[in-house]
Each structure stands twice: as C-alpha cells, then as structure tokens.
Design a protein around this ligand. Sequence first.
Ligand SMILES: NC(=O)c1ccc[n+]([C@@H]2O[C@H](COP(=O)([O-])OP(=O)(O)OC[C@H]3O[C@@H](n4cnc5c(N)ncnc54)[C@H](OP(=O)(O)O)[C@@H]3O)[C@@H](O)[C@H]2O)c1
Length: 179
Amino acid sequence: MSKKNSVFIATSIDGYIADKKGGIDWLHAIPNPGEDDMGYVAFMKDIDALLMGRITFETVCGFDIDWPYAQPVFVLSNTLDEIPESHTGKAFLVSGTLSGVLNQIHTKGFHRLYIDGGTTIQSFLKEDLIDEMVLTTIPILLGGGAALFAELPHALKFELVGTKTYLNQITQRHYRRKK
Ligand SMILES: NC(=O)c1ccc[n+]([C@@H]2O[C@H](COP(=O)([O-])OP(=O)(O)OC[C@H]3O[C@@H](n4cnc5c(N)ncnc54)[C@H](OP(=O)(O)O)[C@@H]3O)[C@@H](O)[C@H]2O)c1
C-alpha cells in the first residue's frame, strides 16, 4: 500500500492559518451560499486517517458541530494524558518522533494521512515528510497570526498538479513533492 502524507489547508494571502487572536472566522469571509466544499469531500475520500496537532484537535472539539471526521484522528501531543471521554474511539493520542508516530499509524493499516495543524505541518516539512499540499488562499491580508510555513533546513521542490478558483475569489493550488 503506497503511503502518502497530505496537507489540505486554507491560508490568508500573507500565509497565515489563524489570525493574531488565533481566530479562523475569516476562512468564511467569502459568501458561499451553495456551500461549495472546495474539493474537501473528494480529498477526504482518499484519506485513511488524520494526524493533527493538539491545538487543532482542541479547536475542532470546540466547534459547535457534530464530530466532522469519519476516519480515525491521531492527535500529536506531549502534554495530554488522554483523549477526553467525549472523543474516545474517534481520536487517539500519539507522541514521540514523527517517524515513530508514522510507523505506529502505518502498522494499524492507515497509510494515506491528512496532516493538519500549523506547527505539525512545519515539523513534517522540516523532515521532508509531506508528499502533497492543497493550499486554498482566502483573499485577505491578516497582517500577523500563525504562519503556515517556517524556516526549513533546505529547499523542497514541489510540482504544481492543478489550480482551481472557487466562488470567483478563492484560489486553490495543488502541489506534489518533486524528488
Ligand atoms: N486555516 C486552516 O485551514 C486551519 C487548519 C488547521 C488549524 N488551523 C488553526 O491553526 C491553529 C493550530 O495550529 P498550531 O500551529 O497552533 O498547532 P497544531 O499543529 O495544531 O498543534 C501543535 C501541538 O501539537 C503537539 N505536538 C506534539 N508533537 C509535535 C510535533 N512533533 N510537531 C508539532 N506539534 C507537535 C504539541 O502539543 P502539546 O503542547 O500538547 O505537546 C503542540 O503544541 C489553530 O488556531 C487552528 O484553528 C487553521
């Protein structure tokens, strides 16, 4: 089974995934009356499991919606002792080196992973562990906040697989790691 680590994330024009207060309301700045999923449903069909940082996990837990994932969610944390009872059976705690964590998840039979959370994505990129990125740009300059990208030990080349425009306002680029 081929293994794949994928990113599917929205940023501001200036590359932030959360604003200065940690807010993400701006993700919905463009009216979307037809509830276009902007490729999310198709992307999720190709995913076996999610691996997200603790902050993103807690953010999703705080949404006033039903648990949005059908696949298991592995939560990276060195501080959580356990997953809250409300999410038992849906989310699973993992810690350690990224290669160790990935081995653990692959051994359980999950190979195509959605990697989510800013710091988490940055850690994966530092170890060159991201195979594809779908980056959706919301037309807003936040001027600060949590940046998607950080410094890397060296440059990583990607090739453009496709671009799409949604709602005449939102651009989406799909990149694949070129080795
Ligand atoms: N724009 C979007 O589409 C989008 C998508 C996802 C998230 N977000 C937003 O982005 C913010 C969350 O991103 P974030 O950068 O703060 O955090 P994150 O990546 O979700 O979580 C970071 C946490 O993950 C844990 N962790 C353990 N091992 C790690 C490792 N090797 N590498 C990285 N993290 C590790 C640590 O938790 P412990 O401290 O418990 O050890 C760390 O504090 C939230 O505001 C969220 O709403 C936006």
